[in-house]
Design a protein around this ligand. Structure first.
Ligand SMILES: *[C@@H]1O[C@H](CO)[C@@H](O)[C@H](O)[C@H]1NC(C)=O
Ligand SMILES: *[C@@H]1O[C@H](CO)[C@@H](O)[C@H](O)[C@H]1NC(C)=O
Ligand SMILES: *[C@@H]1O[C@H](CO)[C@@H](O)[C@H](O)[C@H]1NC(C)=O
Length: 198
């Protein structure tokens, strides 16, 4: 009698495990279906940018917050670009420290850091504006964001131009870093332009 009861208990608890395992499986399936929808949205939106691969690669990690929202997508792109501009400025500053730079190189680095700092400010301003888009001034505000992000991109280009005439390894290194930031900013600008024109 006792062993029959034990068998029944084992049977019930086994069944329970199976049921809960299968419902968990279903839940995971639903989750992965929406994940695919989210990453597909990011991928197709990225096709309007000049750097579709870099766009997808840097923004797919934000799928859980972007879902299928183009404003969230643009916001994530700005976040990524701003972070990259900040960390790049730091790297450029470190690179130029403790080196015997020629006067011309030193001036190019100083100008570049100035331009990058402007670029960071413009992107910060843009992100603040994008947090407050409700209301009738949506188009004006998006227009501001577009202007500022475009100015940020110009600043980054200007920084790279400063190294055009300078030969050497440092020029190449710094250009490489800034180029990456400029690509990320260009992606953000395209995604923002895409919103304001739809
Ligand atoms: C993104 O979209 C492009 C063009 O439609 C496609 O070729 C590519 O395989 C897609 N990539 C991913 C990761 O979905
Ligand atoms: C904006 O992007 C969507 C895809 O995400 C595309 O269907 C639409 O045509 C784009 N609009 C413009 C104006 O580029
Ligand atoms: C970049 O910085 C330099 C030095 O401060 C400045 O002369 C130049 O106008 C800046 N360029 C832009 C586009 O702001």
């Amino acid at each position: 009698m006792l062993s029959l009861l034990a068998i029944i208990i084992i049977f019930i608890s086994n069944n329970f495990t199976i049921i809960s395992a299968s419902s968990r499986l279903q839940f995971n399936q639903i989750n992965s279906e929406s994940d695919t929808a989210y990453t597909n949205f990011i991928n197709s939106s990225c096709q309007v940018t000049k750097y579709a691969d870099l766009c997808y690669q840097t923004l797919a990690p934000y799928a859980a917050t972007i879902h299928i929202n183009s404003l969230e997508l643009a916001n994530a792109a700005l976040t990524v670009s701003l972070k990259s501009a900040k960390s790049t400025s730091k790297v450029v500053r470190e690179l130029s420290k403790g080196r015997d730079l020629s006067m011309r190189d030193g001036q190019a680095v100083a100008d570049c850091l100035e331009n990058m700092s402007d670029s960071v400010d413009e992107m910060k301003k843009s992100m603040a504006e994008m947090k407050d888009l409700d209301g009738p001034e949506f188009d004006d505000k998006m227009g501001n964001v577009k202007t500022w992000v475009s100015a940020a991109l110009t600043d980054e280009d200007t920084c790279m131009d400063g190294f055009e005439d300078n030969d050497g390894k440092m020029k190449e290194t710094i250009r490489g870093y800034i180029l990456k930031v400029a690509e990320l900013t260009s992606i953000a600008l395209s995604l923002i332009t895409n919103i304001s024109s739809t």
